[in-house]
Ligand binder design. Structure first.
Ligand SMILES: C[S@@+](CC[C@H](N)C(=O)[O-])C[C@H]1O[C@@H](n2cnc3c(N)ncnc32)[C@H](O)[C@@H]1O
Length: 327
């Protein structure tokens, strides 16, 4: 067993019983909750660490609606709803956030928060197929009741398309070699579990990359997860929906991301609402008529403190961006 594999299996055993540790919790809730009587949406409930922090700031008049596309997260949210009448849980992808708000009968929202990516319980459950550290099915769906598992998608994808996915979403420099090896393993019926996928990634990269500081399967697993769940498409639609429901000036949008591609998309989608004018820069005045609907509160992303990174290494790559509605 390689040193990487021995360490991975040890980390997994330790992490198995850990719950999700919320990231940038105080920074996120400080930025989001501007009115204790307000109406808030937590678009990514997970295990509710961020939702509970919002509820702790709300008065008895305040309300919180939470969404998650994962049925297990929704089950946990349902238990919280049974304990706190101010809280309501909905099983929906956040691209459908505006519909969820309308169904709740809300005409405005005071703040919408996102904490993107996967939760620790999702990664730690081998049966979900997110982890290269435990053997499980090739699934990776955040909502196992919808869409197609990775195993089905791999049956149909071409080598070229797969290489593009691994390169674009994972930033993997061995994307071509890994894609070729995956397609061949699928063809030979040697691609049944996450362990098979991990093994193929491990052997497809160069010898030196096999023993680097990042496991050779990390970027490929991340890329395939983003593909299976259309994560970038969801982020774009979710942010656009969030900005549509922030109809009152001062309404807040707070977004935590963990991946540079996600963060760039968050920045660009919000920037589109902050600076929507399409007039050429040499025009003396705006003639396109597009006016800003948002302004940056934190354009430069907020990063976790050294203390938080030491306490929770998963927070290392997190970034928080905050904007507020101006019209
Ligand atoms: C990082 S976790 C959130 C953790 C949460 N803030 C907590 O403190 O427990 C991300 C959650 O977002 C959910 N999620 C990811 N993409 C989603 C989407 N498009 N729609 C709804 N939920 C989504 C995942 O299922 C996961 O439960």
């Amino acid at each position: 067993m390689s040193s990487w594999r021995a360490i991975s299996s040890w980390i997994c055993d330790v992490a198995e019983y850990e719950a999700h540790i919320p990231v940038l919790l105080n920074e996120w809730v400080d930025a989001l909750v501007v009115d204790p009587d307000g109406r808030y949406v937590d678009a990514t409930f997970g295990r509710g660490g961020h939702s509970r922090a919002i509820l702790a700031r709300l008065s008895s008049a305040g309300r919180l609606l939470a969404l998650d596309r994962d049925p297990e997260a929704c089950h946990a949210g349902g238990q919280l709803a049974g304990q706190d009448a101010r809280f309501h849980m909905v099983h929906r992808p956040f691209a459908e956030l505006a519909e969820a708000v309308a169904e709740a009968g809300w005409t405005h929202v005071t703040g919408v928060g996102f904490d993107l990516g996967v939760s620790s319980p999702q990664v730690d459950d081998a049966a979900r197929g997110f982890s290269f550290q435990k053997t499980g099915p090739l699934d990776m769906r955040m909502n196992p009741q919808a869409g197609q598992p990775l195993s089905q998608l791999l049956q149909k994808v071409s080598e070229k398309e797969l290489a593009g996915i691994i390169r674009q979403f994972g930033g993997e420099r061995f994307a071509g070699r890994i894609a070729r090896a995956i397609v061949q393993a699928v063809h030979e019926k040697q691609m049944q579990t996450t362990a098979d996928l991990e093994n193929v990634c491990f052997h497809a990269v160069s010898r030196s990359a096999r023993h680097g500081s990042t496991h050779p399967a990390t970027r490929t697993f991340q890329a395939l997860r983003m593909w299976v769940n259309d994560e970038l498409g969801q982020i774009r639609e979710g942010l656009e929906a969030a900005m549509r429901v922030l109809v009152r000036p001062g309404g807040r949008l707070a977004v935590i991301s963990f991946h540079s591609g996600e963060d760039r998309l968050v920045r660009d989608v919000i920037e589109q609402a902050v600076s929507p004018c399409t007039c050429p820069p040499q025009f003396p005045m705006c003639v396109c008529g597009r006016v800003p609907t948002m302004r940056w509160v934190h354009k430069k992303p907020v990063r976790p403190s050294e203390e938080e990174v030491a306490r929770n290494p998963r927070s290392r790559s997190s970034r928080l961006r905050v904007a507020e509605a101006v019209a």
